[in-house]
Ligand binder design. Structure first.
Ligand SMILES: NC(=O)c1ccc[n+]([C@@H]2O[C@H](COP(=O)([O-])OP(=O)(O)OC[C@H]3O[C@@H](n4cnc5c(N)ncnc54)[C@H](OP(=O)(O)O)[C@@H]3O)[C@@H](O)[C@H]2O)c1
Length: 325
């Protein structure tokens, strides 16, 4: 449950200065503040006060006809409403970790599944301390198909939301010469995801509830010479999610296809990415959370990729094949 706390601030932006004394209904000291002390979120006072902009967990309201007076509704955490349980597959990924924080912030309990769960101990402690939710760990290898059924059946908490994040960019040139690399790319981005999501889909269809979120890629929208092994596997994954959505819509299950453009993560650390169209993992996580909550089907993140890919998809083949992409 989130509790609104009214704080009166006498001075307008740019510098909000207040203290707990300004709050008529401050919660008792034992009640934990979500972020910092009462004054710290006010450092962002310039963000608020314009209208009813939201800043962090605090909402600034401009009082009509009030000149320089503002009211600040600080939102304090008493106890969080249980929002559900999220299973994140491929939890050592940078995007996965940003997702874990985003869902935890909203009150979801989380299972982090990865092939090396020991690398997640610090993350678990940090999320648990910050957000007072339950975090579980589970061993999961997307390439070990036979382990998927026992893994999924053996989870100690049944998920309401499953996010399939794992993926492997691989090396296009190596893959052209060596089918083993090609197969790892296909299995890491397509076959492994299909194997685990088939199980999730059957359960969610039976219970007529749930959300399946698959992280595909804009690379799947059109094959390019420089990464068509990865792109074709992601294209297959996007088509799989599209069909799954069509099947599960009748059961009230959301299937969300996420198509990130460039994201600054371990996967792209050796690539030179144009900053304007490159997202942070946190931006991607935020977009995904909002798309999940609003019941969307397909998400391009950042938003401009929808238009970039619209253009790229429509370049005639006789032109496209001459481009070095
Ligand atoms: N970064 C981008 O620009 C970008 C753009 C479009 C789409 N994407 C997609 O976004 C997703 C997340 O990638 P990221 O950018 O966050 O990169 P990342 O940090 O490199 O994450 C990739 C993750 O996949 C995991 N993984 C690979 N093979 C696995 C397997 N067999 N079993 C379990 N986990 C496995 C890796 O685990 P280990 O730590 O054990 O290796 C790693 O945690 C991927 O699906 C990627 O294709 C990324």
């Amino acid at each position: 449950m989130w509790e609104d706390c009214l704080i009166k601030v006498s001075k307008a932006v740019p510098e909000f200065k207040t203290s707990q004394n300004h709050c008529d209904t401050l919660p008792p000291p034992s009640l934990p503040l979500l972020e910092g002390g009462a004054t710290s979120p006010l450092a962002g006072g310039t963000e608020g006060g314009r209208d009813s902009a939201q800043f962090g967990r605090f909402i600034f309201l401009e009082l009509p006809n009030s000149g320089h007076s503002f009211e600040l509704h600080g939102i304090y955490q008493r106890t969080k409403t249980y929002m559900g349980h999220v299973l994140i597959l491929g939890a050592t990924s940078d995007i996965a970790q940003a997702l874990a924080y985003r869902y935890a912030q909203e009150g979801y309990n989380i299972t982090l599944a990865a092939r090396q769960v020991n690398r997640l101990d610090n993350l678990v402690s940090d999320i648990t301390i910050r957000h007072q939710i339950n975090v579980e760990l589970a061993e999961f290898d997307a390439l070990d198909f036979d382990s998927h059924a026992p893994f999924y059946d053996g989870l100690s908490s049944r998920p309401d939301v499953v996010i399939c994040v794992f993926g492997y960019l691989g090396n296009q040139e190596t893959a052209q010469a060596d089918f083993a690399e090609t197969k790892t790319i296909i299995d890491s981005n397509y076959t492994g995801a299909v194997s685990i999501l088939n199980l999730v889909a059957n359960e969610f269809e039976r219970q007529k509830n749930g959300a399946i979120i698959g992280i595909s890629s804009v690379a799947g929208d059109r094959g390019r010479g420089s990464n068509y092994m990865y792109g074709s596997a992601k294209a297959g994954f996007s088509a799989y999610l599209s069909g799954l959505r069509n099947r599960l819509a009748k059961s009230g299950v959301q299937v969300l296809t996420v198509k990130p453009g460039f994201v600054r993560t371990k996967m792209t650390q050796n690539l030179k990415l144009p900053p304007v169209i490159t997202a942070t993992p946190e931006q991607v996580a935020n977009d995904i959370y909002r798309a999940n909550r609003s019941g969307r089907s397909v998400l391009y993140t950042r938003w401009m990729w929808q238009f970039i890919m619209l253009i790229i998809r429509h370049i005639p083949e006789f032109v496209f094949k001459r481009l070095s992409l």
